[in-house]
Design a protein around this ligand. Structure first.
Ligand code: HEC
Length: 176
């Protein structure tokens, strides 16, 4: 049964890695849900406009600040204190559950949406260039389909084997 579990787990993992959102999309989802209430990328709202934040701060600074801005401010970080004063002492809520990778993805999303720094956003940018990471799956990706189907077959095989084994064990017990 352990083996079945292993195969099942690897199939789930594979499916997750195939269907996982690309980094920028993940950043966008988190940003919309948890940051957009106070931040716009190109406009000042309750919080500063975030365009170019990757250039004015280091990624470590951003990660620490998003995890707990008040900790950074209380430590006396000059930039953070200045920002806090400038934004009328409105404390930004802590987001300790976001991983460094989550935050990097948010920064990637900010970069992709910042006007000015992104020539792809020019009025006549070709739509195909806006989402270069989107490649629709077609049957030309048969390598992918083959390995996927092979994996599913393998999984079914293992399940059937496990069921047979159980039945065999049961009938062996009944004989005793
Ligand atoms: C309740 C409003 C609020 C929410 C929600 C919020 N922020 Fe902020 N954010 C602020 C304020 C206000 C500041 C200015 C600094 C301060 O006052 O502490 C700030 C500052 C920042 C800065 C520093 C900007 C700079 O110019 O250096 C970053 C980066 C940042 N926020 C990212 C985020 C991210 C990422 C999220 C979502 C996970 C988020 N914020 C959610 C209010 C908010």
């Amino acid at each position: 049964m352990k083996l079945t579990f292993l195969f099942f787990a690897s199939a789930v993992l594979l499916a997750c890695s195939v269907f996982a959102a690309p980094p920028v999309e993940e950043g966008k989802t988190i940003f919309s849900a948890r940051c957009a209430g106070c931040h716009n990328i190109n406009k000042v709202l309750t919080g500063p406009a975030l365009a170019g934040v990757d250039k004015r701060r280091t990624i470590d600074w951003i990660v620490n600040f998003v995890h707990s801005s008040q900790t950074v401010i209380k430590k006396g970080d000059a930039t953070a204190v200045e920002l806090f004063n400038k934004f009328n002492h409105i404390p930004m809520p802590d987001h300790p559950d976001l991983s460094a990778d989550n935050i990097k993805n948010i920064v990637e999303y900010i970069k992709s949406e910042a006007t000015g720094s992104n020539p792809e956003k020019a009025p006549f940018a070709r739509p195909s260039q806006l989402r270069p990471s989107y490649k629709p799956l077609t049957f030309a990706n048969y390598g992918f389909f083959l390995s996927y189907i092979a994996l599913v077959c393998l999984l079914i095989g293992v399940l059937i084997f496990a069921v047979q084994l159980k039945q065999y064990q049961r009938s062996a017990k009944e004989k005793v």
